[in-house]
Write a protein that binds this ligand. Structure first.
Ligand SMILES: NC(=O)c1ccc[n+]([C@@H]2O[C@H](COP(=O)([O-])OP(=O)(O)OC[C@H]3O[C@@H](n4cnc5c(N)ncnc54)[C@H](O)[C@@H]3O)[C@@H](O)[C@H]2O)c1
Length: 317
């Protein structure tokens, strides 16, 4: 089987997970890592037995390297991504891509112009629970969908410092809802704020109006002691509940409650295998730069609505 030679840029919390998972993929070889902090670079290099670099230019010239994952802080994603593209590498850029519509568009266009694959780290698309819910919705298991309610709450993550809870956390629910409902968001109303008086918002309640008539509601914060990540889809005939963490699903109507069994699998493994197979088989990118751009525009609309306390409409793109 053909394999892709991959390197990881930024081996902090999330990058280390990618290193661990990439070492065991059937269609990818981890060939090098790049980490700015020399102590951390050495530590991860030794722990996983992989060549390490602190200099991005030298790393990008590693023999065999074909593709990279970008796991550095969000504000570096544009220049790190552009450097990878200039060196002819395919990329998986972590969410929220560059965090801004203009730069996200620039990065996506640059990859396209260079005929390189660019995927974005919307990992929930690879959650087996989400895959099962999507199948159920296609089979019209709930009838007509009325509302999708997402809840993603936890304590303050000490390592995140360059985006707020909307672009760091709620963006997963935004992408999951677009993916599951197959509709685009036309307007957003949100309440946002910073209870801990930090530079960015630490809570957001967002109501999304989808163009097919469905409503999305997202409750995201960094204020609650216990991590909760759930989705409820209410339709005319039944309701689906998904726990993103356990990947358990229940379907309930007026007569019965059913728990279909979906075998648990690590979404990151499936995401990285999809990245490699997209390159090997020259598949269309999914989730793509365009998916990231749309999600960022929805986040920006939510932040604007939070400031103006009005409904913000999105232009059709
Ligand atoms: N998909 C997911 O579920 C998920 C989960 C967590 C984090 N993330 C994303 O991953 C990214 C990183 O988050 P994190 O929590 O791992 O942050 P982190 O701060 O733990 O790690 C970032 C690492 O990048 C290194 N770094 C910074 N600039 C660099 C550069 N120019 N070259 C090489 N290394 C550099 C830092 O030294 C640090 O070790 C963010 O975009 C975040 O949104 C995604």
């Amino acid at each position: 089987m053909k394999r892709v030679a991959v390197g990881v840029i930024g081996t902090g919390f999330w990058g280390e997970n990618q290193v661990r998972v990439l070492r065991q993929r059937r269609n990818a070889d981890l060939v090098a890592i790049c980490e700015k902090d020399e102590r951390r670079a050495k530590e991860i290099g030794w722990k996983y037995g992989v060549p390490w670099f602190t200099d991005l230019g030298k790393f990008l010239r590693s023999p065999r390297l074909e593709a990279v994952t970008v796991c550095t802080p969000t504000q570096t994603h544009l220049w790190v991504g552009l450097s990878a593209i200039e060196s002819g590498k395919h990329l998986l850029v972590e969410k929220p891509m560059t965090g801004e519509a203009q730069t996200a568009e620039k990065l996506a266009k640059s990859a396209k112009k260079a005929s390189l694959k660019l995927l974005v780290g919307f990992i929930e698309r690879f959650n087996p629970g989400v895959t099962a819910v999507r199948k159920l919705l296609k089979q019209r298991a709930v009838g007509d969908v009325i509302i999708a309610t997402g809840r993603r709450v936890a304590r303050w993550p000490m390592r995140i410092g360059d985006v707020g809870v909307v672009k760091d956390t709620a963006i997963h629910d935004i992408d999951a809802m677009r993916y599951l409902l197959g509709e685009e968001v036309s307007a957003v109303f949100a309440q946002t704020g910073s209870l801990r008086k930090r530079a960015y918002e630490d809570y957001a309640e967002m109501m999304l109006r989808f163009d097919g008539g469905t409503t999305g509601f997202i409750d995201a914060n960094w204020l609650t002691p216990r991590k909760v990540r759930t989705l409820i889809i209410t339709g005319s005939d039944a309701t689906i509940n998904l726990d993103y963490i356990t990947q358990e699903i229940t379907i309930e109507n007026s007569k019965q409650l059913v728990k279909p069994y979906t075998p648990w699998a690590e979404p990151l493994k499936l995401e990285l295998e999809n990245f490699a197979s997209t390159i090997i088989q020259d598949k269309k990118e999914a989730p793509s730069g365009d998916d990231a751009l749309r999600a960022i525009r929805i986040c920006d609309a939510a932040l604007e609505s939070g400031r103006s306390k009005t409904l913000v409409t999105l232009k059709a793109h």
